[in-house]
Design a protein around this ligand. Structure first.
Ligand code: CP
Length: 319
């Protein structure tokens, strides 16, 4: 089913800033092939038999954690799940020691979500395993952006010239950062929209347009990606009230009426009535649950393509 001989130039997936268009397209092509497995009666292929993957989650997650676990099971990998609570991290063990101890049990690949930007990169310096970043602080969330790309490509013929607006707390968003890199690499026009207090300085240097007016961001826009207001990352309140945020930057039904072809996306979890009106979340032009389904396929593709770098990889029969 999956073509042999194609591969990624990268050994790890730490972020999308250094991934080129042909690598992004390979991941999307491979994900479309794996997505077909999810609709079979027996949703399992032997592709990663013999590979052991540890999921290191130092931060809460629903979608990313479950979809990585499902992707690994669908590919027949052996998996171990680590979460910070209940682990020896509470006794003071460092990330390096935790990772090296787990690797000593013979692990081939490590998926990591961590609150610190750069944690995934740091892990590559501590272990030989192939590392996949499942979100590191406000730095990058590459598999989220890849599943967003897959969802966009399900709805549009090409990224070239597509107008995508990302709305919300850009400063604290690893999803925005990964999407800007990937969308720009594939030729889309990206607009970032949010309050001045949530917009990083000199963000235009990434080749994006910046506006602080939602109406301007939605004019001529094909895809609007709303970002979650991350109350847990904000040391100080960056806007007066959630109601005011919703009134100024929340996407509401009248936006859908004024822009009848606009596609609505959100990485989740959604704060209903804040980034999106509740009716917008449930609207047929909101593809939020399609994004979640695509998350499993994209993570299968990433794990499969990176598994080629696993040292001393044996054949399916262990030969
Ligand atoms: N989109 C996303 O990363 O969701 P989780 O935090 O639930 O994994």
């Amino acid at each position: 089913m999956i073509e042999q001989g194609e591969g990624l130039r990268h050994r790890h997936l730490l972020g999308l800033a250094t991934y080129e268009a042909d690598e992004l397209e390979l991941i999307l092509r491979t994900a479309r092939q794996f997505r077909e497995v999810l609709y079979r009666r027996i949703r399992r292929v032997p592709t990663l038999r013999g590979i052991t993957i540890v999921n290191l989650f130092f931060e809460p997650s629903t979608r990313t954690r479950i979809s990585f676990e499902l992707a690994e099971k669908r590919l027949s990998a052996d998996t171990i799940n680590f979460s910070k609570s209940g682990s020896s991290v509470s006794k003071g063990e460092t990330l390096k020691d935790t990772a090296q101890n787990i690797e000593a049990m013979k692990v081939d690949m490590a998926v990591i979500r961590h609150q610190s930007p750069g944690a995934a990169h740091f892990l590559t310096q501590c272990v030989d395993a192939v590392v996949v970043n499942a979100g590191d602080g406000a730095h990058e969330h590459p598999t989220q952006a890849l599943l967003d790309l897959l969802t966009v490509s399900d709805n549009f013929d090409s990224f070239d010239g597509l107008n995508v607006s990302i709305v919300g707390d850009i400063t604290h968003s690893r999803v925005a950062r990964s999407n800007v890199h990937a969308l720009r690499t594939l030729g889309a026009n990206v607009t970032l929209c949010g309050p001045r207090t949530m917009m990083p300085r000199e963000v235009e240097s990434l080749g994006v347009r910046v506006t602080h007016r939602l109406d301007e961001a939605l004019e001529g826009c094909d895809v609007a990606m709303a970002l979650r207001i991350q109350l847990e990352r904000q040391g100080a309140s960056l806007f007066p009230t959630l109601r005011e945020y919703h009134n100024t930057f929340g996407i509401q039904m009248d936006h859908l009426e004024r822009h009848p072809d606009l596609l609505i996306m959100h990485p989740g979890p959604v704060n209903r009535g804040v980034e999106l009106a509740s009716e917008v979340v449930d609207h047929e032009r909101a593809v939020i649950l399609d994004q979640v389904t695509n998350g499993v396929a994209v993570r299968m593709a990433v794990l499969y393509l990176l598994s080629g770098s696993v040292e001393n990889r044996t054949g399916e029969d262990g030969e």
